[in-house]
Design a protein around this ligand. Structure first.
Ligand SMILES: Cc1cc2nc3c(=O)[nH]c(=O)nc-3n(C[C@H](O)[C@H](O)[C@H](O)COP(=O)(O)O)c2cc1C
Length: 213
């Protein structure tokens, strides 16, 4: 039986750096599926979405989601029902976000806040696997803050945070990339992902692939 990873690009720029990391992750899983000839091994389907394609209203704190049947009235007028269904149906969720003033993007924050009913309805996302993918313009641009926000979000929802097991000295658990290269004014384009970020994305894909078997 196939398993699904919902891979969410939370940048309004659909073809930016965050998308490039998501692409590398998805391609690696695809290759792992192809390489595996053992019929017992499960196929992993990656459903990639760009949050910018969805309309998500801001939570207005009406608190109706606290009470049964835990349905947000805003769902009637935007795309949150469809997004919540994708999250519920997935075996694993990855959220990619650029650093915006060292926080997640507004798009991602709206998704997070509007997913409150899923928690209130007895932790509907519990036990799904989760990982963050984070980018920033600057090398000191808040990558860790954004990563930690996303990890906290996953834990609060009862998800299981999964990190890559790449090179123990040279690599980190979660993929990150910065626009700024080594020199002050030297910036990378989305098609110029560094070998380290690429390796981290691929190692994360390998970890998800093996955990979802
Ligand atoms: C509103 C806004 C705020 C930003 N804040 C930061 C920041 O605090 N630190 C940083 O390094 N980059 C910041 N950036 C730059 C983005 O994080 C960076 O360009 C990122 O790679 C964009 O990802 P994308 O190409 O997937 O859209 C900001 C960009 C915008 C539009």
């Amino acid at each position: 039986m196939a398993k699904t990873i919902l891979l969410i690009n939370g940048s309004p720029r659909k073809k930016g750096l965050t998308n490039s990391l998501c692409q590398i992750f998805a391609e690696k899983i695809g290759n792992l599926n192809l390489q595996d000839t053992d019929a017992k091994i499960t196929d992993i389907i990656v459903e990639q979405i760009a949050l910018g394609d969805f309309s998500i209203a801001h939570c207005n704190a009406c608190d109706i989601c606290l009470r049964k049947p835990h349905i947000c009235p805003l769902n009637a007028d935007d795309d949150m029902d469809a997004l919540a269904k994708k999250m519920r149906d997935a075996d694993a969720i990855i959220i990619g976000s650029p650093s915006y003033f060292s926080s997640v993007t507004g798009l991602v924050k709206d998704l997070i806040d509007r997913s409150r009913p899923l928690k209130m309805a007895k932790y509907e996302l519990k036990n799904k696997y989760f990982a963050p993918i984070v980018t920033a313009g600057l090398r000191a641009g808040g990558l860790n803050s954004v990563q930690n926000s996303l990890i906290q979000y996953a834990l609060i929802q009862g998800m299981i945070v999964i990190g890559a097991l790449g090179h123990p000295v040279l690599m980190s658990n979660f993929p990150t990339e910065t626009g700024q290269k080594l020199d002050l004014k030297d910036f990378r384009k989305p098609e110029e992902i560094s070998s380290l970020a690429r390796a981290n994305c691929e190692a994360l894909a390998e970890r998800f692939w093996s955990i979802l078997q």
